[in-house]
Write a new protein. Structure first.
Length: 459
């Protein structure tokens, strides 16, 4: 790395404070807003054409060339190679899905699914962890921590185990899907089940990190978002380096949507991409803070002078009315998204829209994604359910090229899946709806006649 090729910068236009890339901050020390990683592109020297990156993938013997994050390293050049961490993340493929296209009501060959469940810990979070752990190693972090609805802790625990760093994860008690909790335990992370929801975990892990000097791995960490930009580079690669018309992504803490917006903003600035896609961020109706901020309160980015008071007022309103998020899509069961401001920027850059979809539509969409041969966890299916709504509304043209990001693996939350197919949802996670795609197991006697009859009845 060339020296001074990048630095950290406060996103608040009224502040704009800058910090060395070797400093550790989870918020601007001057004003408390979020930080960005900003590059001096003359020094970082990315290639003139995006297609220059794709040749690296064939070089499987160099782990940094093979990594779906680090083969784009000139576009996230914040640390020298010696500190870079990779577990082979980002080996994901954009896949056309005529079945899901029919479900959405779009043209058969124009819907694509980006299955980030294929990552080493089974979610897109690994893209971010590869980058954040590289920064943690560069700055000599001794212990790492996060708050999590599940996948962040699974991913952090895995990368910490590989790096030999002690890890602490905060999860809301009773709220984490078992597949995800199982991973954190198996990878050896100290796991604290806080008596509270995700937002409580987030607040506490920030306090504990400040006090005990833990390196915080949540998406308030700007280096994590640098890794998540690469999801968009791979989507473009899958489309021959042309932007789709729409990228549809579920919104929880809004790190992913923020990272996507930053990726496109930078590619435009660099002249690497002429036309940008539009962005759709999908909430669950049970955790719809972004939808409310954008569609009811009309918040916009305002070049970094967005209405901070309106966000604070919304948080206070949630406190006063004791409003709690509730959705079967546990990965997006978040009421105070930490990256809300960066997401407003992404929505501006990509002329974005926000919608909420009910759990019943999320679970129907999830069953369809599985039925057509990929599978995903509930939160991921919010993207597909959201795309369907937007096509029905006429916001997304039915001929448009649509990319839905499937953020997590189908096996993360088997309780939700079995609940849909049998009608027995996990306690506290009931979903109302018709379950048109339910495929319940059929009880059959231990009798060959009955078995053959049951097999024939399947046709
Ligand atoms: C973390 C996560 C999300 C939410 O992503 P944000 O960046 O927090 O908006 C969605 N789906 C899955 C599977 C996740 O793990
Ligand atoms: Zn600031």
């Amino acid at each position: 790395m060339k020296s001074n090729c990048c630095f950290q910068k406060c996103i608040n236009a009224a502040c704009g404070a800058t910090f060395d890339v070797r400093e550790i901050h989870v918020a601007c020390p001057s004003c408390g807003d979020l930080l960005d990683v900003v590059y001096d592109w003359d020094r970082a020297k990315p290639p003139k054409l995006l297609s220059a990156f794709q040749a690296r993938w064939t070089n499987r013997r160099n782990p940094l060339d093979f990594s779906g994050v680090w083969r784009f390293r000139e576009l996230l050049d914040f640390c020298p190679d010696e500190y870079k961490v990779t577990l082979g993340e980002g080996q994901t493929l954009l896949q056309s899905s005529p079945g899901v296209a029919a479900y959405i009501g779009a043209k058969s060959d124009s819907v694509f699914l980006q299955y980030e469940g294929l990552n080493p810990s089974g979610s897109f979070k690994d893209n971010g962890m590869a980058a954040a752990f590289s920064h943690a190693r560069m700055v000599g972090a001794a212990r790492v921590a996060c708050a999590s609805t599940g996948n962040t802790s699974a991913s952090l625990a895995l990368y910490a185990a590989r790096c030999g760093l002690p890890a602490i994860v905060f999860v809301g008690s009773g709220r984490i899907a078992f597949g995800k909790l199982a991973q954190a335990l198996d990878y050896g992370a100290g796991t604290l089940q806080i008596a509270g929801d995700f937002d409580a975990c987030m607040r506490r892990v920030k306090e504990a990190s400040a006090r005990l000097k833990l390196y915080l791995m949540n998406s308030v960490n700007p280096f994590r978002l640098e890794g998540q930009k690469t999801i968009m580079y791979r989507v473009l690669e899958g489309l021959g380096w042309e932007a789709p018309d729409w990228v549809v992504v579920p919104g929880g803490n809004l790190g992913n949507s923020s990272a996507f917006g930053k990726a496109f903003m930078e590619m435009k600035e660099l002249g690497l991409l002429k036309r940008l896609p539009r962005l759709a961020v999908i909430n669950s109706t049970g955790a719809d803070t972004l939808d409310r901020l954008v569609n009811q309160k009309k918040l916009t980015w305002q070049r970094g002078r967005y209405d901070r008071d309106a966000i604070a007022a919304d948080w206070k309103w949630q406190d006063d009315t004791r409003r709690l998020p509730h959705t079967i899509a546990s990965a997006i069961e978040i009421a105070r998204p930490v990256n809300a401001a960066k997401c407003l920027r992404a929505l501006e850059v990509c002329d974005g829209v926000v919608r909420s979809v009910p759990d019943s539509e999320i679970m129907d969409a999830k069953a369809q994604v599985g039925r057509y041969g990929l599978g995903c966890e509930p939160a991921s299916a919010a993207a597909v359910a959201g795309a369907k709504r937007l096509v029905e509304e006429g916001v997304i043209d039915r001929d448009a090229r649509i990319v839905c990001i499937l953020t997590g693996h189908a096996l993360k939350d088997p309780d939700a899946t079995v609940g849909y197919h049998t009608g027995n949802y996990p306690p506290g996670k009931e979903v109302h709806g018709e379950r048109p795609f339910a495929n319940a197991p059929v009880p059959v006697a231990d009798d060959i006649e009955a078995i053959c009859a049951a097999i024939e009845a399947q046709r």
